[in-house]
Structures are given as structure tokens and as C-alpha cells.
Design a protein around this ligand. Structure first.
Ligand code: BGC
Length: 869
């Protein structure tokens, strides 16, 4: 196999490709460097070749379709043909379908506004409902919509595709069969501008005769609680969910029919009484509308829907995989409490929900599950850090011999759950944790003989799994869950190494673009919740995400077209800061100016943070412009950067080489980003090493400094100190949190300490990936797989492992677009092995001894290399 992972717009065989120039990409594997590649796009039905591009170099891993406009809802195959040295062709194929491309005719539908509900959210004319233990926050939540339509078909269709989305989050069924495996669709975008839709092939679900299309729609991000603006918590985009769908049918005789959302649909709430992302889900089986998803159901008592005209919101086929069930976990322990409740420990902090099998319940029993990340010293669930997120699921039992309680339209960030209201404590086998994530495919991997390093990497991985959910969020548990830009910026390189999140991050970048203001200012979060006012002021390290995240995506993928598309946004941000500061150092328009957020025992002056990021963004823009072939503009910005460096040195570094504030983060900025003259580096390096050593190998860095610390130490020749920090188990360190039970990366070094217990409940997440950005260094510094200056898409790399006697064995694999690159070593046995694919130029640097690496497997003896062994 020499080509794998053929993707269209970043996805495998998508059915809703809406872009004018779909991106066709693949992963190379063992292709010879002199091979040639042809790509052709063929209309599936007619077999006509629509477009072809031939004789591409073996370097190519992405092309953009640039042929004639593609019509809506049409199937295409595309092929990559490789011609190896001897010219023999090998063909690799995949397919996609175009999406609606603006041809929607359906209308949004919803429950009529004059509802049949009392002020407490109960239906006026409904079966006697159970009195649910509603909180103040959920008092007025209306139940999710249940929308249905019967469809009579003279014959089964030859082909049927459902195009569907909601304002809110939905689940669709046809004849009781759930459509797709996706969760919380359509995810979260700035709904005022763009709503993504999904397409599903539903041919198999329909038959001649009566059929039923039934869809539930809950509040989700649209009208549910969102973020932490307590004055305007819910109803951010609208005050009730809405559905939009078109079912396209083609019959054997070639005739077509479209069923759409319109006034023909009927609505009636069912057993889900409250479904909210932050508050949880309440199910009352007494309100079940049994059989409503089936065709025979009598919905004559249901109400007619409200029809809402379509506005000009863009409806776009999804650009990245939706949230899905990532995995399910069995609990480690189930511990009964004295008061009849039980505490479940699933052994891993996750985002998701519990699936609980209930036996021995009687009709009307109320079962309640609350979720938390930690336990108190007394073994009780700790929930204070969730702030206003109630994370509480409630189920009123039907009394059936066995029933399963699993919410659909909420998720919680938790490791522990408290279950109340069961007549007997649950058996471990009654409980499953369902992990939700947008991550569908892992990429690289890194394991060592040192359990602590492995756990650090694993914690960052689980934080990524839990927080890459529709958008990259800061944390999944409290009333926040926002797409914080610095967090993403810092973590993006790690994220791209660990999982196939290229498409996911590109989609978020579109959100960031959309949120950028006309003057170039970039907000702190994307999407910005409509009611928030204070996120849009552009802060050092936060607004810079507009430059740095696209750059990370570009360097990993090598996709120059993407970079070109981003250039205006990158430039606008750099110009925004430049013009606000008269071309000088960044001291005005600092936005929320968070500084080196959550550093400990050292405060890096905000002037230093701002200046460093300012230069970093300009430098990155210069490189981007050069790659895009815009040398003239690059020269201008390069001169600007030179000027800023002079100012940095003059104003922020003293004669002894002390960076203002004398903090690790300050030195890391200056050394890692080359902010001072070469001749001054030794002095700064000495200060950095002194600070780390004098604290007994302890760090002080916050969100912005942390990713640079180990790489900078290694670069100044103090890899030993970097490994000291990595293996540190005393406070503050990754190891300290792990020693105290961390299964994901914590938001704060002092989230919990022996001395002070839990940090303030106003801001203390145990699942925040920012400090997990160390993992980038595990791949690039410890394992030593780095791209050379100006290499993108792993065209040219150096393998320079940090051979420290404390890391006896290691194996790291990087999934590059040119195939897998790996390094493994065993210091005890004295060997190192590197694997490099053919189209990657590689050099190996073993403790200063440099050699070219041939493609394939290279094994080296470490007998001559000083590893301290
Ligand atoms: C978020 C962070 C974010 C920060 C900025 C916090 O509330 O959780 O991740 O970067 O605010 O101040």
C-alpha cells in the first residue's frame, strides 16, 4: 500500500460536500520519491471524467478540485493513480457526494409558541406527569421537540438521502431506526452565520407502504444554557429549537420525490422533559409516547407545527466529523454510601454520560445521577467546581423488569457519579460510561518505559478527547465549555500529533475567522456566545491564535492553499496590533490581557508577554508570506519584526541578560523565539537554568510559558533539567497532579494540594488541556522527531533524540502526510531504530553525530553514544 486515507474536504466518503473546490487529500506511505501521481474526478452515475490533473510529483498529498461547478446531490468517485519508477500504475479510489449547495426548499419547523405548558414547564393537557425535582435553573425548560411525519410510498425507493440539521441538537429516526451514529448534531458554530447539516443514506430504512420520519430536537447550544454569563444563560441564539430536513427519494423508474419539513409535520413532547448541555437530562417514562417513531402511530392528537421561513443563514455541509461515541468504559468501582446512594468511579475523567441498567425499580421511582470530577475527603461527590452547571440526570422509572437510562442531549465532564433512588445498589455491570468526542481517529503514539511520562501523555490525550467536542473547548464540566483561543493555540501542535484533527481544527479556524472584527481584532473565544460582550477585545497570546493555529495546521499538513486562504486573517491581526501601537511594542489595546495565565510563584510582566507574542506573530506571518511567495510583503514585516526585537532587548532585557520579571516564561520567550542577539543568549540561558535549578527543578510557567519550557531547556543544552521537570513529582508539576489522582490534565498546578486542598471553586477544572502542551515536546524533543526550519508536511526532518538514562525505552510514531515516521530505542540493550518513509528527507543527530538517513528502517547501535548508561 502506498497511498492511504483518501479524504474529501478532510472526511472519508462524505455525502454533503458543499465547497466549490473540494480538497482531495491522502497520506503517502511507501511511494518512491520519483513516482508520479494522477488524480481524476469521475461522475459516478455517468462515468464521465469531470476533471483530471496529471503528472503531480510524489510530494503531493493535497489537491483542490478546480474544474467546472459541481451540481448538488451528485455522486463522484475520484482516483489517485501512482506511477512508480517502472511506470506501472496503481489506482486508489474513494467517493463523495455533493451536498445541497444552496438548493434547500424546506422550512424550519418548531413547536408553536403559544404552548400547552404551565409556567413550570409541564404540559397542560398531558398524562399526569411525575413531579420532577426541578431546580431553579430547569424550572422553565421546555421538553425537547418530538416532530413526526408519516410518509406513504407506493414503492421502496432505489435511493434515499436525508439532509438534516437543527437549531438545537437532534436525533432522527425512520420507522424507529436511528439514523447515523452521530451525537449532538449539528454541533456548534456561530449559528447566526453558519449552520452545518448532515446527510445520511437512508435507503435501507424505507419500504413500500407507510413510513414514519420522527425527529427529536433539544435546546443544545442554540437555546440551552451556554457559557457562564449568568445574566443571559440560555436562549442565546433562539428561544426554542427548530428542525430543517429534506428527504430525497429516487425510485426505480427514475421518478423523484422530496419530503421536507413544512406544515405537514406534527409535534408533541414525550418522556424527555428537560435536556440541557449544562444542566442535564430529565426523563419521565410516564410521559412516554410509545411507538411515536413507528409508522402506525396515531398522531391526530398532536399539534400542528409552526413554520418559520428560512433566512439567509448559510447552511453548509459539515466540514469535520461530528461528535460520536468514542468508546465506552466499565467502572473501576461502585461504592455504596450509607444513605443508600452509590458512587461510581469510572477510573477516567471523560466527557460523556452514564448508561445505567435499572432493575428492581417500581413505577414512579425517581433515579438521579449527579456527576463530578473528584471526590471530597469524605468520599462524597465534589461538584462545587461545576459552578452553575448542574450536571444532573433524572429518570422516572416505568417499573419494567429491566430498563436502561441513558440521556441523549447532554454531556458531563466527570470521573465519578453519584446514583440515588435505586432500590438496590447497582452492580458494576449495570453501569457503563459513554465517552463522547469529535475525535474519530488517533494519529501518533508515544510510550516509554517510564510510567509517569506515559501517564502525562495519556492525561493530555484524554483531555483532548474530552475537549475536542464540536469545538475545541477549555473544559467540559463547568458552565463554560468555550472555544478559548489561547488554549487551542498552545495545544494545537500536540493535538495534531496525537489525533487526526486537521479537519476539526480547520473548521474551528473558520469560526475564528468569522468572529474576527473588521479592524482585525480577534476574540478570546470562538464562537462568541451572542450575549457575551467582553470576549472580543483581543489579548496577547489569545488573539494570536489567528496566526498560530493556521500555521500549526499548515506546518503539519503542508497545505499551502489553506495557508493562502488564512493570510488575510493573519495579516489583519498583526496589523491591528501594529496600528494600535504605532509600530512600537504592544502596550495598548491589550484586550483582557490575561498574561501567562495560571502561572505559579512567578508573575511574568504582561509587557513581556505582549511583546513576545507580538513578535512571534509577526515572525510567523513573515514565514507564511514567504511560503506563499509574497516576498515583498514579507520584507516589510521582517523589518517591523527587527525593529520590535530591538525594542524588546532595549526595554525588557537588562545588561546582565535579565528579562524583565526574571521568570522562566520570560526567558523561554526570549530564547525559544530568538528575541535577543545571539551573543546575549548564554546570559539568558544561565538565568533560566538557574531559576529552574534553584527551585529544585520546579516550574512556574502558566498556559503560555509551559509549552516552551522543556524545549528551551533542551535547546540551551540542559535536556537533563527538562527531564527533571518532566519526572518531577513534587508540587508544582505534572507528576504531582498524577500522584494525586489526575487522569486528565488539570487547569491549574494547584487544582488540589495537600496543603490547601481544592483551589477556589470559582475556577478549577480537572480537565483542561493547556498544560498538556508538553506532549509536543515528548514527540519533538524527547523522541526527537522534528521538522527542519521551513519544512512543512514533514518534507524534511531531523531525528535528534534526547537520550537520557532515565528514559530507558521509548517508542514514538508520528503520522505525517508522507507516511509514518517512528523512533524507538532501548538504552539497556543499546540500540535505536528509526523508520522514515521514502519521500521524507531525514537526518539523524545522535548526540552531535549527524548523518543522512535512508528511507526505511535504520538501526543504530548506541554503544558509542553517551547516554549516561
Ligand atoms: C478558561 C481558560 C481561558 C481563560 C482566559 C478561563 O476561564 O477556562 O481556559 O484561557 O479563562 O482567561
Amino acid at each position: 500500500m502506498s497511498i492511504r486515507h483518501l479524504r474529501t474536504d478532510g472526511r472519508t466518503t462524505p455525502l454533503e460536500v458543499d465547497s466549490d473546490h473540494p480538497r482531495l487529500s491522502w497520506t503517502l506511505d511507501t511511494l518512491a520519491p520519483d513516482a508520479l501521481i494522477d488524480v481524476s474526478l469521475i461522475e459516478a452515475r455517468s462515468g464521465t471524467t469531470v476533471w483530471a490533473t496529471r503528472g503531480l510529483s510524489a510530494d503531493t498529498t493535497t489537491v483542490y478540485y478546480d474544474g467546472p461547478p459541481l451540481p448538488a446531490r451528485t455522486a463522484y468517485d475520484w482516483h489517485v493513480v501512482t506511477h512508480d519508477g517502472d511506470g506501472a500504475p496503481t489506482t486508489y479510489s474513494t467517493s463523495f457526494r455533493t451536498g445541497m449547495r444552496g438548493t434547500w426548499t424546506a422550512e424550519w419547523i418548531s413547536r408553536p409558541r403559544a404552548p400547552r405548558f404551565t409556567s413550570t414547564g409541564d404540559e397542560l393537557a398531558s398524562p399526569p406527569l411525575t413531579e420532577l425535582p426541578r431546580s431553579w435553573a430547569t424550572m422553565y425548560n421546555a421538553p425537547p421537540l418530538q416532530l413526526r411525519r408519516s410518509i406513504d410510498l407506493a414503492a421502496a425507493p432505489r435511493e434515499a438521502t436525508l439532509y438534516i440539521t437543527s437549531r438545537g441538537v437532534y436525533r432522527a429516526t425512520i420507522n424507529g431506526i436511528r439514523i447515523g451514529q452521530d451525537e449532538l448534531t449539528p454541533g456548534w458554530t456561530d449559528y447566526r452565520q453558519v449552520i452545518e447539516y448532515q446527510a445520511y443514506d437512508v435507503t435501507e430504512t424505507l419500504a413500500a407502504g407507510a413510513n414514519a420520519l420522527a425527529v427529536e430536537v433539544a435546546d443544545g447550544w442554540w437555546s440551552g444554557y451556554l457559557g457562564y454569563n449568568t445574566r443571559s444563560h440560555a436562549d442565546q441564539y433562539g428561544d426554542r429549537p427548530e428542525l430543517l430536513a429534506e428527504l430525497h427519494l429516487t425510485f426505480a423508474d427514475g421518478s423523484r420525490r422530496v419530503i421536507r419539513t413544512d406544515g405537514e409535520w406534527r409535534e408533541n413532547p414525550g418522556s424527555r422533559r428537560v435536556s440541557d448541555l449544562l444542566m442535564g437530562e430529565y426523563i419521565d417514562t410516564a410521559a412516554d409516547t410509545i411507538g411515536w417513531m413507528q409508522s402506525g402511530y396515531d398522531d391526530s392528537g398532536w399539534q400542528a407545527v409552526d413554520v418559520i421561513e428560512r433566512d439567509d443563514t448559510t447552511l453548509r455541509g459539515q466540514l469535520a466529523d461530528p461528535v460520536r461515541i468514542h468508546t465506552t468504559l466499565s467502572p473501576l468501582t461502585v461504592t455504596p454510601l450509607a444513605d443508600g446512594a452509590a458512587i461510581v468511579d469510572i477510573g477516567q475523567n471523560i466527557s460523556g454520560r452514564l448508561r445505567l441498567r435499572i432493575r428492581h425499580a417500581q413505577r414512579g421511582d425517581i433515579i438521579e445521577i449527579r456527576h463530578g470530577e473528584r471526590l471530597t475527603g469524605e468520599g462524597q461527590l465534589y461538584t462545587a467546581n461545576l459552578r452553575s452547571a448542574e450536571a444532573r440526570d433524572i429518570y422516572v422509572a416505568s417499573g419494567d423488569a429491566e430498563e436502561v437510562f441513558e440521556p441523549a442531549f447532554t454531556f458531563h465532564g466527570f470521573q465519578y457519579a453519584e446514583i440515588r433512588g435505586l432500590r438496590r445498589p447497582p452492580e458494576p455491570s449495570d453501569v457503563e460510561a459513554v465517552v463522547l468526542s469529535s475525535i474519530t481517529q488517533r494519529a501518533g503514539s508515544l510510550t516509554t518505559s517510564h510510567p509517569l511520562i506515559n501517564r502525562i501523555a495519556q492525561n493530555a490525550w484524554w483531555s483532548q478527547v474530552g475537549n475536542f467536542l464540536a469545538v475545541p473547548t477549555d473544559c467540559p464540566q463547568r458552565d463554560e465549555r468555550l472555544g478559548w483561543s489561547a488554549d487551542t493555540q498552545i495545544f494545537a501542535p500536540t493535538a495534531l500529533l496525537s489525533a487526526d484533527v486537521d479537519a476539526f481544527l480547520r473548521r474551528w479556524v473558520l469560526e475564528l475567522n468569522a468572529a474576527q472584527q473588521p479592524d482585525g481584532c480577534v476574540p478570546d473565544v470562538a464562537p462568541v456566545p451572542p450575549s457575551s460582550r467582553n470576549f472580543d477585545t483581543g489579548a496577547p497570546g489569545w488573539g494570536d491564535a489567528a496566526v498560530l493555529v493556521p500555521w500549526s495546521i499548515y506546518t503539519a499538513s503542508g497545505d499551502i492553499t489553506f495557508l493562502r486562504q488564512q493570510l488575510p486573517h493573519m495579516r489583519a491581526w498583526v496589523d491591528y496590533v501594529r496600528s494600535a501601537n504605532d509600530g512600537g511594542l504592544w502596550t495598548s489595546r491589550l484586550g483582557n490581557n490575561y498574561g501567562d495565565w495560571l502561572s505559579v510563584d512567578a508573575d511574568t510582566p504582561r509587557r513581556v508577554v505582549a511583546a513576545a507574542y507580538q513578535i512571534r506573530s509577526v515572525d510567523t506571518l513573515v514565514r507564511a508570506l514567504r511560503h506563499a511567495g509574497r516576498a515583498g510583503e514579507a520584507d516589510d514585516y521582517e523589518q517591523y519584526a527587527r525593529h520590535l526585537r530591538e525594542l524588546f532587548e532595549r526595554e525588557l532585557v537588562d545588561d546582565e541578560g535579565r528579562v524583565l520579571g526574571d521568570t522562566q516564561t520570560g526567558y523561554c520567550f526570549a530564547l525559544a523565539w530568538d528575541l535577543v542577539h545571539e551573543r546575549r543568549r548564554p546570559a539568558l540561558a544561565a538565568h533560566l537554568a538557574r531559576d529552574v535549578s534553584s527551585r529544585g527543578a520546579r516550574l512556574t510557567t502558566g498556559f503560555l510559558g509551559v509549552a516552551l519550557l522543556c524545549p528551551t531547556l533542551a535547546r540551551i543544552g540542559r535536556g537533563d533539567l527538562a527531564v527533571d521537570l518532566l519526572l518531577q513529582e513534587e508540587y508544582p508539576s505534572w507528576g504531582y497532579s498524577i500522584r494525586h489522582g489526575a487522569t486528565t490534565t488539570w487547569e491549574r498546578w494547584d487544582g488540589w494540594t495537600e496543603r490547601t486542598g481544592f483551589q477556589t471553586e470559582t475556577m478549577n477544572s480537572f480537565n483542561h488541556y493547556s498544560f498538556g502542551s508538553i506532549v509536543q515536546w515528548l514527540y519533538e524533543g524527547l523522541a526527537g522527531i522534528t521538522q527542519n526550519q521551513d519544512s512543512v508536511g514533514y518534507r524534511s526532518i531531523t531525528i535528534s533524540p534526547l537520550l537520557d538514562p532515565r528514559v530507558e525505552q521509548l517508542r514514538a510514531v508520528v503520522h505525517s502526510p508522507r507516511g509514518e515516521i517512528s523512533v524507538a530505542w532501548d538504552l539497556v540493550e543499546g540500540w535505536l531504530e528509526a523508520v522514515v518513509p521514502p519521500t521524507v528527507e531525514a537526518t539523524i543527530d545522535l548526540a552531535g553525530e549527524v548523518a543522512r538517513l535512508r528511507p526505511g528502517v535504520t538501526r543504530r547501535s548506541l554503544a558509542q553514544v553517551s547516554t549516561g548508561h
